[in-house]
Design a protein. Sequence first.
Length: 434
Amino acid sequence: MSFEDAPIDAASAERLARSGLELRLVDRTDQAAFDAWLQADNRGFHDPADDPAGLAEVRAHQPSRRTTGVYDPQGLIDEPVGTTQSWVAPLTVPGGAAVPLWSIASVTVAPTHRRRGIARALLESELRTAAADGQPIAGLTASEATLYGRYGFGVATFGETTEIETARVRWTGPDAPGRTRFADPAALLPEALAIIDRLRAVQPGAIAYDDFKVGLAIGLYGRDRARVRAVRYADAAGVPQGFAAYSLSPDPRDFTKHTVTVRALLGATDEATAALWRFLLELDLVATVRAADRPVDEVVNWQLGDLRAARRTRADRLWLRILDLPVALEARRYAAPAAVVLEVDDPLGFAAGRFLLEVGPDGTGRVQPLAGEAPRGAASVALPIAELSAIYLGGVAPVTLARAGRIAELTPGAALVLERAFAAERAPWMTLEF
Ligand SMILES: CC(C)(COP(=O)(O)OP(=O)(O)OC[C@H]1O[C@@H](n2cnc3c(N)ncnc32)[C@H](O)[C@@H]1OP(=O)(O)O)[C@@H](O)C(=O)NCCC(=O)NCCS
């Protein structure tokens, strides 16, 4: 059985039934039912409704997704009043290995049915289904940062919206020996997927994407595809190493001041990333290049020749929720040897308990439940599962969380021991939209 057909969660179904609502899996091959679900999802995010061609495109190209709806039999239309979708995608962890991520998206509740516990029933249902399916960790992105901590999610990666004033840039990065050329999105798609996979191998926080998602980013699909331009960078040997997709909007008062909005800019090598940035920054008739959700350790900031040419605003990006603590913690590599006792509080029960994490000299971690005394010399902390999930990829500092009162040090200096062990080789970054 694939994750898509995992049975509906009985506890949430019963809870919703008590309010006269039905929790159901949506058959994506049932056109009317799936279209109605898609329109409910659009409405939930205040997006325009899809026209028939837009619906047909999603139906034709969206890959396997577990699609859930909450239905009100008293409703006047067939659209669900609550939606979620989930799927499993590999998430790169520090050291380069991948863990399967139970990815959750399209969490919406109709404004007519808000604050009646539908979102809670849907989220708990996702987490119980993922745990029952043996998945070690769940993740999502949030429209509001106040929603998901209550279910044990913590923010594990950040993104920066970067706005660069091109007139201030004096390129100081290396000259790229390869070539940047415009690319037809259909021809670019397989190359883009390969580039994403190579980047993913070295980038903690990166997840794998399907053809549809990448096709949307590069202008192959989607409502606004006509506005998207795509370029690809090939190195001196002719090997494609990076791609970018962007759109341009004019300043109505001054044709020399267009704004470039970057939809994707990904390089498998630093050379490719720098070359693509430089291409965009040196476009004629452009005053501003704007890119959302860039890495917090964006290399280009050190290649602009003027640190203040870029204005950056940081926001939470990937929220993680550890479900199977030993599997999740043993999947990643650690930066320093450590012996740490973790007293984990998990209100939903999946990962609660007392565990000993031991990191060997080679950076591998071993985790076991701890019943008795902590070994002599072990550091010891108490923390909620949301905080452990937040520090998991090395993108949030345990010392900061201890200073904020969100991690309790049971032995002095324990947060610093965690921080040194959990550090990642690069700031964790989710490379594209979820
Ligand atoms: C956000 C949304 C999913 C909440 O749905 P809902 O069914 O009204 O939520 P529930 O009644 O199940 O409430 C669950 C909990 O979240 C809290 N909550 C709900 N919406 C909230 C909000 N906007 N801000 C802060 N807390 C919120 C509730 O107080 C409740 O807390 P508790 O269980 O600890 O008492 C819904 O308003 C929505 O669809 N918004 C637009 C789409 C969206 O933003 N989706 C999330 C993106 S990933």
